[in-house]
Structures are given as C-alpha cells and as structure tokens.
Write a protein that binds this ligand. Sequence first.
Ligand code: ZN
Length: 180
Amino acid sequence: MPLREVLKFPDKRLREVSEPVAEIDDEIRALAQDMLDVMYDEPGIGLAAPQVGVAVRLVVVDTEWTAEDAERNPLVLVNPELHDAEGKITWTEGCLSVPDFEAEVERAERVRLKATDLDGKEIVIDAEGLQAVCFQHEIDHLDGTLFIDRISRLKRNLYVQKRKKQLRREAEEAGTAVPV
Ligand SMILES: [Zn+2]
C-alpha cells in the first residue's frame, strides 16, 4: 500500500484544531501504523495525524532514532497533553510539512507529557531537551500551529515568499495552473 502523503504548507488542513480520539479502534491503530511508516520513511522524528490529513489528536514520536542507527523505539501518543512547562530552550526546528526550511524556536526546556498508548494505558513522561521540543512541536500541530508561527514575522514572511516561488516553479514544471 502506498504511504500516506504528508500535507505541506500552506495546506489549510494543517490549520485545523484536531478532535480528541474518542475510542481506540482498528481505524486509529491503522492510522498510527501508517504514521509510523511515513515518519521512518521520510525520515522524521515526529508526526502528528493532521499532517496526513486526519484531524485527530494522535502523534507518533521517536527522538532516539536516526537513519544511520536503525533501532526504533516509537512512542504512539493518544490525546497527548503538556503540563508543568519549565525553563526556556532555543532549538533549530524543521518540519515535514514545511519544506526546505529550518529556524530557531524558543520552547519550554522541560515538560511533563500525559497521554495514553494504543491500549488505553496512561503514559507520563518528564521530557527535556530534544524530546521536550518534539512533544511541543507535535502537539502544536494538533492545535493547527506550525513552528513558523513561533518565529519573527520577518523570517516567516521570507519563508512564505520562498515557498510561493517554489510552488509556482513546481506548477510550471508540471504544466498545471499556478496555485493561489
Ligand atoms: Zn511538524
């Protein structure tokens, strides 16, 4: 089966506020597996369901995994929430939905994450550093927020212009209409 497509900025579906998962059924389990397949294929260290066009509060994360070191320790987070944010940290972030762009973003340095796993069991993780950043980035997606919303307006506008040019070029090469 082909992998699900990752939506890219400025797709409006990335701006929706996702609904809580009401019941962990076969559909949710299949979605989580599809999201892991996409995340490891890209590769990325996190993916939120709205990035594949499903507006539910489901996130997959694997901050230990890299392409060179193939050991996988995926976390599947159902209805994740952040508590007890502390401190400040600046991290260079990128996003599978924001092509060809990275920027420094200020986040909380430590967070407590609460969620459930696919069996409905409670997960509590005291995260710091990269993992804390990743949790905040992915949960932002569930609220329709992208990391480019958290950088200066100047930097964001530069990216938006660059992205528009990129889309125009792609459309021209494909011989299709110019997207608005
Ligand atoms: Zn992202």
